[in-house]
Write a protein that binds this ligand. Structure first.
Ligand code: FE
Ligand code: FE
Ligand code: FE
Length: 186
């Protein structure tokens, strides 16, 4: 990597990998969400993300470079943390609040990346690419804002409420007395 152009291409590849990982992760997040508003937000962002992948492919095509060959380890880690969250024994509303935290961490990572490559594209004279990258940056920013709004108005207040008794997992039945050891089956 000797030039700003080299760095530009590397960072674009990183974002390409990140977006493709998200295309796989977002359906899982939508499935895990309980609030219909949050499910809808993830499903909508999946469609937006597919468009972002297409935009990056267009930019690579014009550069005459393959978009492949890099794995975004940060996105891999963020997604891994999201998976850990899903393994927790959490109430649905609290899990939703946690999914928003995970999703906003993802959006902020993307915002940092797109802000940088957009600026590089402007400096390098790739004005068309700069415009496309700005569009994606705006989408990530809007998604982040939407998630903040959802958290404040719907999800966090629900998560703060004590869980209604009826929704709690039924208490486990006392274990059946163990059969005396050593006896053979009848
Ligand atoms: Fe994205
Ligand atoms: Fe990365
Ligand atoms: Fe995003």
């Amino acid at each position: 990597m000797r030039s700003l152009r080299d760095l530009y291409v590397e960072e674009l590849k990183d974002l390409y990998s990140a977006e493709n990982q998200l295309v796989k992760a977002l359906p899982r997040m939508a499935k895990a969400a309980s609030a219909p508003e949050l499910k809808a937000a993830f499903t909508e962002h999946l469609e937006v993300t597919r468009g972002q992948v297409a935009r990056l492919e267009k930019i690579f095509e014009e550069l005459g470079v393959s978009p492949k060959g890099k794995k975004c380890k940060a996105m891999e880690g963020l997604i891994e943390e999201g998976k850990e969250l899903l393994e927790e024994d959490a109430s649905p509303a609290v899990l939703d609040a946690g999914l928003i935290v995970a999703a906003q961490k993802v959006e902020h990572y993307e915002m940092a990346g797109y802000g940088s490559v957009r600026t590089f594209a402007e400096m390098l004279g790739f004005s068309k690419a700069a415009g496309l990258l700005q569009q994606t940056l705006d989408e990530e920013t809007q998604t982040d804002e939407k998630l903040t709004e959802l958290a404040k108005t719907v999800i966090n207040p629900e998560a703060e409420e004590p869980e209604p008794e009826s929704k709690k997992a039924a208490p486990k039945k006392p274990a059946a007395p163990k059969k005396a050891a050593g006896k053979t089956k009848a």
